[in-house]
Design a protein around this ligand. Structure first.
Ligand SMILES: O=C(O)CCC(=O)C(=O)O
Ligand SMILES: [Fe+2]
Length: 248
């Protein structure tokens, strides 16, 4: 038996009680998908992407403000739509999704589904980078602004969070609480693509040494919007309430 094989069996995610899991049909949790050095590299890249042209911003929803601070790439998310421009921040055109992040997302889809993700219909064209401090939360919502039904790819770095993954009908039970830790991948598509989900809790002091974040959490979601390149929605129409990410 090779030493590596032995070590993998003894100390790999499977042995430590964090096996890959299909949390709901089409919703896959892959613990420890990113190595710690990869996590640190991504955190440093996420910080430098915040230097412009658009800074991190906590979106206003109604009279409230989200506790999460977000940077959009490719398409700018605002309550509730996408634009090429940061219409609720500084009006600048957002930076493109960097090539390394597109490749990483396609690898994630391939890893989870076992089939190749490429071609125009499957090209990641938007990324949302969410920074949570230890008191930040995200209310239960559906990712509903994308017209495409392609899966959402989510990466977590830093403090562990409680990620609440629910159902497509209501914001409430039944749901599953998943402890998304630093390096974990979560992909939700298929019958779970329009499921409610949110982040009710960050667990302080759980970020691993060397991940690049001493405290708090970075979440990156990679998306395939299905939007035509020249579409430019500027109407900030009243949202259906149930899509709200909440301001808690
Ligand atoms: O932080 C997370 O894990 C989820 C983020 C999310 O649901 C979103 O940005 O729409
Ligand atoms: Fe979401």
């Amino acid at each position: 038996m090779s030493p590596t094989g032995t070590t993998g069996a003894l100390f790999g995610p499977e042995a430590l009680g964090r096996p890959r899991r299909e949390v709901a049909p089409g919703a896959f949790w892959v613990p420890d998908w990113l190595t710690v050095p990869q996590q640190a590299w991504i955190v440093q890249a996420a910080r430098s992407l915040g230097r412009g042209p658009v800074p991190y911003h906590s979106a206003k929803i109604g009279n409230g403000q989200m506790s999460v601070s977000t940077l959009s790439l490719g398409w700018h998310w605002y309550p509730y739509g996408y634009s090429r421009y940061a219409v609720d921040v500084n009006g600048c055109r957002v930076a493109a999704v960097p090539e390394w992040l597109v490749r990483l997302g396609h690898r994630a889809i391939e890893d989870v589904t076992g089939s190749r993700a490429e071609g125009d219909a499957h090209t990641i064209d938007a990324a949302l980078l969410n920074f949570y401090d230890t008191s930040a939360r995200m209310g239960m919502h559906i990712d509903g602004e994308e017209s495409a039904d392609a899966p959402i790819i989510s990466l977590s770095i830093g403090d562990t969070c409680t990620f609440r993954f629910g159902n497509t009908e209501t914001r409430t039970k039944p749901y599953t609480d998943v402890a998304l830790a630093s390096g974990d991948l979560f992909v939700f598509g298929g019958p779970s693509r329009r499921a409610y989900h949110g982040v009710p809790k960050i667990v302080p002091g759980t970020a691993p040494e060397g991940c690049g974040l001493a405290s708090g959490r970075l979440n990156i979601t990679l998306r395939i919007t299905g939007m035509a390149d020249d579409s430019f929605p500027i109407a900030n129409s009243a949202p259906p309430n149930e899509y709200s990410k909440g301001t808690a």
